[in-house]
Design a protein around this ligand. Sequence first.
Ligand code: HEC
Ligand code: HEC
Length: 285
Amino acid sequence: MFAAKKVALCRQARSLAMATWLAWGLAWCGAQAAPGAASAPDPRPLTAAAPLARPASAPIPVSPLQDSIAQRVDACTTCHGADGRAGPDGYYPRLAGKPAGYLANQLLNFRDGRRSYAPMVYLLDHLNDAYLREIAAYFASLDIPYPPPVRPTETSTVLARGQILVLQGDAARGIPACVQCHGQMLTGVAPAIPGLLGLPRHYLAGQIGAWHNGRRRAQAPDCMADVARRLSPDDVSAVASWLSSQPWPTGAKPAAGLPHALPMPCGGVPDPAKPAPAPAPRSAP
Ligand code: HEC
Ligand code: HEC
């Protein structure tokens, strides 16, 4: 137990050190992409090509910077894996292919203190909403294969209990079925509800636990917090085990919308039962 805690603490400390030097590049590049984001440190002038002989007074040649979003998010993929496919041990969550509005809401949640993980908060601290949405849209657009499901180690009774909660809920205890919000195929619903397949069991259980004890919050009304508080520890273990043993359906994407109203209102998620607001004019950079 103590050893596990120590590993987690060391990982956090290492991550914070890594984030410190990554933040500079991200903030500077972000300022280029979205003027008005962080105040930019003044970088050395960039020269396109290195001259063969350089007089002592000439600027130091630097290889040209391709200012692409893929390059700017190097600061993120260091932890989240190449193309945001998740870190090797499942500790750093997958970003690729999750709905853009969901990812943007999470970046806002970290920046604005509803979720806390020090290195992420540090990285996002000075980035403006427009830049966060651009980063979110980039990761949402990546089509990366999902890992195969794991072989469950729990008993068939536990798995059956998990399956019933996910597909039918438990009306007597006010628990709506997970599919009512996360989509019939559980691959998520655009723009702001994530899928529940292709994620490690301990990640699923950890996130529900974080809602349960208030460490993870979403915009109000926080429907997931209500759902999480109605689940017992055994329920959480059962749903996480069943979900992680199901494959991501080949080629599936988040559903375009829900065919019915949400069973309870969720902050930051447009309700399909209400007419969509007129599209906001593109904010000037
Ligand atoms: C030092 C490692 C590290 C770096 C660098 C990092 N992240 Fe994270 N990120 C994490 C961890 C760990 C979590 C999960 C924290 C938790 O469970 O609350 C996370 C969570 C997230 C989430 C929420 C995922 C979900 O499905 O809920 C998003 C989105 C995200 N990060 C995006 C980014 C972006 C974009 C960057 C670059 C600007 C970035 N991260 C940089 C470690 C990192
Ligand atoms: C009333 C709608 C609703 C219901 C019912 C619901 N969820 Fe959610 N869930 C959400 C929303 C909305 C989010 C995204 C919240 C946010 O923006 O942070 C979410 C996020 C999650 C996440 C985080 C995923 C990630 O990648 O980090 C998990 C895990 C989750 N839900 C599990 C469940 C399970 C298991 C059930 C069924 C027992 C369930 N949810 C039922 C609306 C719902």
